[in-house]
Design a binder for this molecule. Structure first.
Ligand code: NDP
Length: 332
């Protein structure tokens, strides 16, 4: 079985030499464990932070050890009660072809309800992030005007659509290409979208939201956050979910220059960690599965084939090669 190891901590943008694909033997599972042949693995922006040796909300990857992350696969051997060969499971040992998983950390998933990869995206961690970040953290209410950055990505594409479904007065998204902004105002039903690479964010946001915004869902940080603080109306709320514009920075990024506006406008800027929100998992799955069935909700995936291409898929994610969730599949 092949697995990806981090062999050097990236400085700035990761490069191929920071990783190694290594062959390891596959062994029979010990009691309480299952052997899983991975079918799909997730690459996520937060993994960039785990490549640094800094204390954070998830521990750093260890050098010369396999990296980990969300994956879905098929049980090929089981020494755990309740798991049979052929079951499909969601677990945390991605970045490898075969995973020796403690059954306590595996969740059975049903491929007849949704494609297995959806449990890594729309029905999984990114979906819950969008749902909790909008409805809980940002206290979204009907009639709010919502702006989301990273809007063509896994989390952002769902935030905008959830807001539309729940009666937002206006939904605006930003993304890094004209193809992506066309998708936002087309298939995803956003009211307005702009390409943040084409002109300054603050100018484009003002044009797209002449009456201001009530909620900002931040996936990007930097100029986007500053522009959103400028556009937020009195008592506006921002969910600080990610700051992908600075994940490869080697120096701390400057803060928004207009932070003082938070006072006069009584804004609330609040961070979210999805791990705090698994308590609403059932409500999330039931709402999202319903919206998928009714055709109100759309989602996309960008699929890269082959374990050997996983690090390249991760770099592609940081560059914006993906539309919707970036998935690496081992099914070919
Ligand atoms: P995405 O699917 O959105 O993929 C990342 C996207 O970021 C790329 O497609 C790219 O799109 C965009 N991007 C890259 N560089 C920049 C830049 N300099 N400026 C603006 N956009 C950029 O990833 P996810 O949906 O998985 O994650 C979105 C955000 O949510 C990330 O910041 C992530 O860290 C965060 N997150 C936080 C969680 C939490 O618990 N707090 C949980 C899950 C995700 P484009 O072409 O538009 O540039």
């Amino acid at each position: 079985s092949r697995e990806w190891h981090l062999v050097r901590r990236p400085q700035g943008w990761p490069v191929a030499e920071d990783f190694a694909l290594r062959e390891v033997p596959v062994t029979a599972p010990a009691p309480g464990r299952i052997l899983v042949r991975n079918l799909h693995m997730s690459v996520d922006p937060y993994m960039r932070g785990r490549m640094n040796d800094v204390k954070s909300y998830v521990p750093p990857f260890k050098l010369d050890h396999p990296m980990d992350g969300g994956a879905v696969g098929e049980v090929v051997a089981s020494a755990a009660e309740g798991f049979a060969v052929g079951d499909h499971v969601l677990h945390g040992l991605g970045w490898r072809e075969y995973a020796d998983v403690d059954a306590v950390h595996a969740t059975k998933v049903d491929g007849s309800i949704a494609p297995l990869s959806a449990y890594l995206g729309v029905l999984g961690m990114p979906g819950l992030t969008a749902y909790a970040g909008l409805f809980e953290t940002a206290s979204f209410k009907e009639g709010d005007a919502v702006f989301v950055s990273g809007a063509a990505g896994a989390v952002g594409s769902l935030v905008g659509q959830f807001a539309k479904i729940k009666g937002a007065s206006r939904v605006i998204g930003s993304a890094g290409s004209d193809e992506k902004t066309t998708l936002l105002t087309g298939k995803y039903g956003f009211d307005a979208a702009f390409n943040y690479k084409a002109a300054p964010v603050a100018e484009q946001l003002k044009e797209a939201a002449p009456d201001g915004i009530d909620v900002y869902f931040d996936n990007v940080g930097g100029d986007h956050l500053e522009a959103a603080i400028g556009a937020l109306n009195v008592h506006g709320r921002a969910t600080l979910c990610g700051a992908i514009a600075q994940y490869n920075d080697t120096e701390p990024a400057p803060g928004p220059r207009n932070l003082v506006a938070v006072i006069g406008k009584r804004l609330r800027l609040q961070g979210i960690l999805v791990a705090d929100h698994y308590g609403i998992q059932d409500r999330f799955v039931s709402d999202v599965a319903g919206w998928l069935r009714s055709g109100e909700l759309h989602y996309d995936e960008t699929v890269v084939e082959g374990v050997e291409n996983a690090t390249e898929a991760f770099l592609g994610l940081l560059r914006g090669d993906n539309t919707g969730k970036m998935i690496v599949s081992f099914t070919g």
